[in-house]
Design a protein around this ligand. Sequence first.
Ligand code: TRP
Length: 339
Amino acid sequence: MEPEKTQNAKKVIFSAIQPSGTITLGNYLGALKNWIGLQDEYDCIYALADLHTITVRQEPAKFRRNALEAYALLLACGIDPQKSPFFVQSQVSEHAQLAWILNCYTQFGELQRMTQFKDKSQKHPDNINAGLFTYPSLMAADILLYQADLVPVGVDQKQHIELTRNIAERFNGLYGQTFKLPDGYIPKTGAKIMSLQDPTHKMSKSDENVNASIAVLDRPEDIMRKFKRAVTDSEACVRRAPGKDGVNNLMGIYTCVTGRTDEQIEAEFAGKGYGDFKAAVGEAVVEHLRPIHEKFDEYIKNKDYLEACYAQGAQKAEAIARKTLRKVMKKVGFLQQKF
Ligand code: TRP
């Protein structure tokens, strides 16, 4: 058995995001922004989960462009590839290999209970493919390959983390300590960002109403327009309270981009109307995203740099992933490749 990590070693964080088109303000404030802040305190490993993306049919040219843009955007958001290996999942073959093995240690019934599977099969009734069904064992492979301690994810992914732990525990029970059991990590900051048009629902890029969601790469004038049209309530008072979903959401967004507390925001807008408030939130978001836009424009023009960057990320990730996969294969009893 390999020696346990020394006490003072940093904890390992793994997370991934799918490059499925637009990355929204919800993705950014709810997840990505936290990823950036974790890079000093933890050993972070981040991936673009493109294997997961093909569970829903993709148009090849668009898929390729989305992946490159997502990679550039995440760098622009502040992932530092020198600190945190940042790679493309499909380029590290251990993910698919371990996923297959884990499939054989995952029960049909467990996968059937996944709410995301149920939701997605309802949304795409004409393409309920096996990949959609076994998506959680691929996600388990992603996490377990890196012996991650913590996995920052939104609440919608918690069930997948629990399944990952169950699979890992089952495997460890059969073969001895092999996988670290990961914990979900729902960061303190980084509220769940809701739709600007229906603040009882999560902000989603697939919303039919274009004013409901904001893309990180939206133009400033579009961001302003969407905030100005955001749904509020008839009280005309900027304060956090149950039932004031629209205002609560805007306050949450304002906190994320300015660091101001609820009390500070309430004081700032005391006696002012929602018009002023919504414009202020819009402006703060535009200002917050401005440097990200600038960096994105720079990166996306430099394809050579992006290619070199993800090649290096894959190499670093693979060096870790390979060790776990080898250990697993040996334990299961596969013939070992000596040459
Ligand atoms: N399933 C996640 C999502 O859609 C993305 C993902 C894939 C992921 N593999 C992961 C997240 C591993 C955390 C850890 O949001």
